[in-house]
Design a protein around this ligand. Structure first.
Ligand SMILES: Cc1cc2nc3c(=O)[nH]c(=O)nc-3n(C[C@H](O)[C@H](O)[C@H](O)COP(=O)(O)OP(=O)(O)OC[C@H]3O[C@@H](n4cnc5c(N)ncnc54)[C@H](O)[C@@H]3O)c2cc1C
Length: 386
């Protein structure tokens, strides 16, 4: 438990840890094998998380959410990280950018997501525009008061077939100090709208049972009330959300690394070769020492980011450092855990092969490690005029 602990946070930690251990972990192996969370199980997780006050915990009480502060969010995300995203994604944490909903959008999109009546997708990535989101080809043109949307998205993920997507599309070009730049607007697009096709994407090696979708838009007519936030300000909205999202990725990585570390330490202390516990061989003992040290450092980075966010001084580079360090740390811990277990580390009886596969995605989504390094180096060099 962190130095930021309070009695309430201790209770929150115990509640979420118990929920994960008792109600999510037992389903992991089956979900990974089948590549599917049965609908009944997903609904059960939703219902239980509502009863425990964990559902939509990230959104303010004023809109019906749990109203957790950043420290509370750190605690729950760290515990959820111990298990598969396929399972804990059923405990919705609707994207905060929905708080930009106005007028009828509040009843139509925000509140149903908070209650669980609707699920959203966050649709930014395209087949030819991954890290380079400004290269996106999706575009919307005006047609009277309406907009006509064309384009495609892929790798857009969620636990269940969604009700609508927050779709980012170019709506023009802005002249900026750094040259012409696409204006990106966020649109709320209902599944079922004419011209909007949605299909399941490829199976992913990580988090089996958590789906990706391919979206295709062919002359989809969108009313003026379907813009989320302001026209041309889509990336500002997305940016605000992505920053905190990266800190929660860091917290989940710490939770998963802790679970792996606990198993590795236990195995190293009990597995004997050459007449002694393998942990006593320096090659294994030093691995454990490094794991413990890097996990501690990662946790401290997340806690520091929470303090900075509370003080309103968190930067993109701060969030990038958290995401980069924690996801890279997790992958080293996962790989070393497999190594410490030897052949058993890859056998289906144990969860290690799953956690190892799941860990790999953390270095890719929400911005790859290289993109995080790019954000950090830009923050160093820009003030120096480079
Ligand atoms: C399971 C899964 C779920 C996802 N969910 C969503 C979602 O819900 N919504 C959404 O919008 N997106 C989602 N994504 C997309 C994810 O954010 C992208 O995969 C990620 O941003 C990387 O884009 P890319 O895969 O196209 O890789 P690319 O951008 O093609 O990158 C390939 C390689 O090139 C490197 N590279 C690219 N540019 C640079 C550079 N400037 N400097 C150095 N190296 C560079 C990258 O780091 C990477 O190593 C999801 C992806 C996966 C796999």
């Amino acid at each position: 438990m962190s130095s930021l602990a309070s009695h309430e946070n201790q209770l929150l930690l115990e509640t979420v840890r118990h929920f994960v251990t008792q109600e999510l972990l037992p389903h992991e192996a089956q979900v990974d094998r089948d590549g599917e969370v049965p609908l009944e199980l997903g609904r059960q997780i939703e219902a239980r998380s509502k009863a425990l006050g964990l559902f939509a915990a990230n959104l303010p009480e004023a809109v019906g959410g749990g109203g957790l502060d950043y420290e509370g969010m750190r605690i729950i995300e760290r515990q959820f990280g111990r298990t598969s995203h396929a399972l804990h994604a059923w405990v919705a944490r609707p994207t905060e950018i929905l708080l930009a909903c106005e007028g009828s959008q509040i009843e139509r999109y925000l509140k149903p997501c908070v209650s669980g009546a609707k699920r959203e997708l966050f649709a930014l990535t395209e087949p030819e525009a991954g890290s380079d989101i400004m290269a996106m080809k999706s575009q919307a043109r005006r047609d009277g008061a309406d907009w006509i949307l064309n384009g495609a998205k892929h790798f857009i993920s969620g636990p269940v077939m969604p009700d609508f997507a927050i779709v980012f599309a170019a709506t023009g070009i802005d002249e900026t100090k750094r040259g012409p730049r696409r204006r990106i607007t966020a649109f709320l697009v209902d599944v079922g709208a004419k011209g909007f096709e949605i299909a399941c994407g490829s199976r992913c090696a990580s988090y089996r049972g958590y789906h990706t979708f391919r979206l295709h838009f062919s002359d989809v007519r969108i009313g003026p009330g379907q813009i989320l936030g302001e026209e041309g300000k889509g990336l500002d909205l997305a940016g605000k959300w992505l920053g905190m999202g990266r800190i929660w990725v860091g917290a989940t990585c710490c939770g998963k690394a802790e679970r792996l570390f606990e198993m590795a330490a236990e195995w190293a202390a009990t597995r004997k070769q050459f007449g002694q516990a393998i942990g006593k061989f320096q090659g294994t003992g030093f691995k454990l020492a490094d794991m413990a040290m890097h996990l501690r450092a990662a946790d401290l980075l997340v806690e520091d980011a929470v303090r900075r966010a509370n003080a309103g001084v968190i930067s993109d580079a701060d969030a990038a450092m958290v995401k980069l360090y924690c996801s890279e740390m997790l992958n080293r811990v996962a790989d070393d855990t497999v190594q410490i277990f030897g052949g058993m580390g890859l056998m289906e009886e144990l969860p290690i092969h799953r956690l190892w596969r799941d860990s790999r995605l953390e270095r890719i989504w929400d911005g790859t490690s290289e993109i995080q390094r790019h954000i950090i180096s830009r923050a160093i060099l820009r003030p120096l005029g480079a």
